[in-house]
Ligand binder design. Structure first.
Ligand code: DON
Length: 338
C-alpha cells in the first residue's frame, strides 16, 4: 500500500448538490427514453437460469442522499445481485477488520484481467489484488464474521438488507443453477487456499459467495444501496447507519479502481464515478455526497457490463453534473452552488 502519511488528518466531505427534484426526475426519464430502443449486447448464459431474463427489461432509479427516489421503467423487476454484492460484502468486512488489514489481505489494485481470471492469481503469488474480482470477493466472504457458515450467512443477508433498507431474499433457482456450474470459482478458492490466503473451508466459502450473489434486488434497491455509500454509510431512506463514513469512502475508492474490472479506467474516463456491475444486468454508480444511480438491463457487452446501463449512467453523470473529476473555475462561479 502507498504510504500517504494521513493518520489523524481530518477528512472533509465532498461538497456539491444535485439539481432540484424535478430536474433529476426529468433527466432520469430522458435517459430511459434515449436508450430504451438500444438492443446491442447479449444476455448472460454461463449461469443457465440468467438466460431466462427478458432482454427488453430496462429500469433506472436515482436515489438522492436526501432520501428522494426517482424510478423509471422496470425498477421493480427483481434480479440476482451477482457481482454488485461484492462491493457491499467488502464494506461489511472493512467495518470489521479496518482499512490497513483489509488492504493487506485483499488488496485494492486492478488486475487488468477479467473478473474470473485464474492467471491473475498466479501472476500475483496468490494475492487476490482487489475485492471486486471473484478471487478477492471469495477471500472477502471468507472474512465475514461468524463462527459457522450459518452465522456468516446471517451477517451477509442482514448487512446487505440494511444497505437496501428492506429484507433481501435469495433466488433459490439462481443459487442452484450457479452452484451446479461454478467450478471455476471453486478452483479459485482452492488456489487461494494453496497460497495460504483462505483461512476458511473453500467449499463452504464458495457456497456462501454463490448465495450472496443470488440475493434478489431491484434497480431501486441497488440505487439505495449505492446512496448509502454516497451518504457516509447512512441509508438515506431508513436513516440507519450501516457502515462508518471511512468504510464508505474506502469502498468507493476500491469501486473506482476496480468496479468495472479491466474496463475500470475507461469507465472513469467516460463516466467519472465509482461503480459496480453485475452479470445479471445491474449497475450501481455512486456520486459521493449526492446519491446513486441504479440501472438494470440484461443485455451485456463483451466485458460483462450492461449496455443500456452504461449509456444511461454516462448520460446522467454528464447531465446531473456527477463526474467527480469535472471541476469549474471557482472564482467565476462564486456564490453559486452546483
Ligand atoms: O461468480 C460469478 O461468476 C457470478 N456470481 C458473478 C459474476 C458477475 O456478476 C460479474 N460481473 N460483471
Amino acid at each position: 500500500m502507498l504510504n500517504t502519511d494521513t493518520e489523524g488528518v481530518l477528512q472533509e466531505a465532498a461538497t456539491g448538490a444535485l439539481p432540484g427534484w424535478e430536474r433529476v426526475e426529468e433527466l432520469a426519464r430522458a435517459a430511459h427514453a434515449r436508450y430504451r430502443a438500444v438492443d446491442d449486447g447479449t444476455v448472460a448464459d454461463y449461469i443457465p437460469v440468467l438466460a431466462e431474463a427478458d432482454p427488453a427489461w430496462f429500469g433506472i432509479a436515482v436515489a438522492e442522499t436526501g432520501g428522494a427516489l426517482h424510478e423509471v421503467g422496470e425498477t421493480g423487476v427483481a434480479f440476482s445481485i451477482q457481482s454488485i454484492s461484492k462491493a457491499f460484502v467488502y464494506a461489511l468486512v472493512c467495518e470489521e477488520f479496518g482499512h490497513e488489514r483489509i488492504g493487506e489481505l485483499v488488496g485494492v489494485d486492478n488486475t487488468g484481467l477479467p473478473f474470473n481470471s485464474v492467471i491473475a492469481l498466479e501472476l500475483n503469488g496468490g494475492h487476490p489484488m482487489n475485492p471486486m474480482v471473484n478471487a478477492g470477493a471469495i477471500a472477502s466472504t471468507a472474512l465475514v464474521p461468524g463462527a459457522t457458515a450459518a452465522e456468516k450467512w446471517e451477517s451477509i443477508q442482514a448487512g446487505l438488507s440494511r444497505f437496501a433498507g428492506r429484507e433481501l431474499e435469495v433466488d433459490e433457482r439462481v443459487f442452484v443453477s450457479e452452484s451446479a456450474t461454478n467450478s471455476r470459482n471453486q478452483a479459485l478458492a482452492r488456489l487461494l487456499q494453496s497460497y495460504g490466503r483462505l483461512d476458511a473451508d473453500p467449499g463452504e466459502t464458495v457456497e456462501l459467495y454463490t448465495r450472496q450473489c443470488s440475493l434478489l434486488v431491484t434497480a431501486s434497491d441497488i440505487a439505495v444501496m449505492g446512496a448509502t455509500l454516497a451518504d457516509g454509510g447512512v441509508n438515506p431512506v431508513t436513516r440507519e447507519r450501516v457502515v462508518s463514513a471511512d468504510v464508505a469512502r474506502d469502498t468507493l475508492a476500491v469501486l473506482a479502481a476496480n468496479g468495472l474490472y479491466e474496463r475500470s479506467g475507461e469507465w472513469l474516463f467516460q463516466i467519472g464515478l465509482p461503480a459496480k456491475s453485475g452479470v445479471s444486468g445491474g449497475i450501481v454508480a455512486v456520486a459521493p455526497g449526492k446519491g446513486a444511480i441504479g440501472t438494470f438491463s440484461p443485455r451485456l457487452d463483451e466485458a460483462g457490463n450492461s449496455v443500456r446501463g452504461e449509456r444511461a449512467t454516462a448520460y446522467l453523470s454528464r447531465t446531473l453534473g456527477l463526474n467527480i473529476f469535472a471541476s469549474i473555475d471557482a472564482r467565476a462561479t462564486e456564490g453559486k452552488q452546483r
